[in-house]
Design a protein around this ligand. Structure first.
Ligand SMILES: *Cc1c(COP(=O)(O)O)cnc(C)c1O
Length: 359
């Protein structure tokens, strides 16, 4: 069986050596030494001023929305995972969808301006599949209209734009370290910012709003993560360059053997150093996609319709016109991609895709 992804598991003995430290200290959670150490190393790796390690990537978005004081309308992408839109709704705001560019699959900045109203307070976009949004255009629009920008960087670990970390664009960048992501801590996430005041607010929000033992400054939530999760992160971070190098090789191998398959690939933003975190392909029609998925499944191969459906069709959001997102969502498929996927596995997958399109 070949699944869409397989979580990376590090050397068990190395993880156990961290567990022994936890047993010695008897400190399991609440901003422990491993959490602090992981935050330091991630700041270094992602080249950001401030980073808070959190329970998951969804609470990261919610904390960012809350810390920036966003309310009413937030302009966002219809082409992302449900966590992006859900966080907006969960925070009592209204998602306003701006359609995507059919080439990059990220929000088309021109469509953002069309959606701005007096009620707009912020913009929340995803760097889809790790491909950076047109951050310069988005930031210019935000500045012009006095809007805050959050980027959902759940796919963007290690991505650079014009030589600097993609985590340095926007007011807050959120990310996820879920087991299925390129870099993971089993469950986990983070917010990054270069603004010290925002850092302070988000750090209070992460821990119920506590200042000292008996006082609360604001209405926070539990966004913390544990020493056990941080330990997984510390071990996995040592392997991340190797994991990224294997993704790049696999991605290039897929490119090479896919030339006769009638699919298109998203265009990476010029100036970006991509992390090859996913391998999305866009079919000519949904019919051909479904036929391909069926044949792959019959051979125990499980790709994923990611992102499907377009978030504009969720039953709890107002209907909005985003035809490109709705069209692409129906035709896009992520092929299996993980550190131990072998060239012969990819050959097999592509042979089946060829058979699906030829009969
Ligand atoms: C995975 C993911 C999230 C949510 O992260 P969790 O850690 O699972 O809460 C948010 N946005 C995108 C784009 C994701 O892929």
């Amino acid at each position: 069986m070949i699944n869409i992804t397989k979580p990376f598991l590090p050397d068990l003995q190395e993880y156990i050596s961290y567990l022994e430290g936890i047993w010695d200290r008897e400190w399991l959670t609440n901003n422990g030494p491993l959490v602090n150490d992981l935050e330091l190393r991630l700041k270094e790796y992602l080249d950001v001023k401030h980073l808070l390690y959190l329970g998951n990537g969804t609470i990261a978005i919610q904390i960012a929305i809350k810390a920036l004081g966003l309310r009413d309308e937030i302009i966002t992408t219809p082409f992302s995972y449900a966590a992006t839109t859900n966080s907006i709704v969960w925070e009592g705001c209204t998602p306003i969808f701006a359609d995507i560019d059919p080439g990059t699959l990220n929000v088309d900045p021109a469509k953002i301006e069309e959606r701005i109203t007096p009620k707009t307070t912020g913009i929340l976009l995803t760097h889809v599949y790790g491909n950076p949004c047109d951050v310069e255009a988005v930031d210019a629009i935000a500045k012009k209209h006095g809007l805050k920008v959050i980027y959902d960087g759940a796919h963007a670990f290690g991505v650079k734009y014009k030589g600097s970390s993609i985590f340095n664009y926007g007011d807050v960048v959120t990310t996820s370290f879920h087991a299925t992501k390129l870099f993971h801590t089993i469950e986990g996430g983070a917010v990054t910012t270069n603004d010290a005041n925002l850092l302070r607010t988000m750090s209070l929000l992460r821990n119920f709003g506590h200042i000292g033992n008996d006082q609360f400054e604001l209405c926070g939530v539990n966004g913390k993560n544990s020493e056990f999760h941080a330990a997984m992160g510390l071990v996995n971070l040592k392997q991340i360059d190797k994991i990224m190098a294997s993704r790049k090789m696999q991605s290039e191998y897929y490119n090479k053997i896919m030339s006769h398959i009638r699919v298109t690939r998203p265009q990476v933003l010029p100036g970006a150093e991509w992390n090859y975190s996913y391998y999305p392909v866009i079919f000519e029609s949904e019919e051909l996609l479904l036929k391909s998925v069926k044949l792959l499944n019959e051979h125990w191969i499980y790709p994923r319709r990611y992102f499907y459906p377009s978030l504009s069709t969720l039953p709890y959001v107002d209907k909005q016109e985003v035809p490109i997102s709705e069209d692409i969502s129906r035709r896009v498929l992520c092929l299996p991609m993980y550190h131990t996927l072998r060239p012969e596995d990819m050959d097999y997958i592509v042979r089946i895709l060829a058979r699906a399109q030829n009969n």
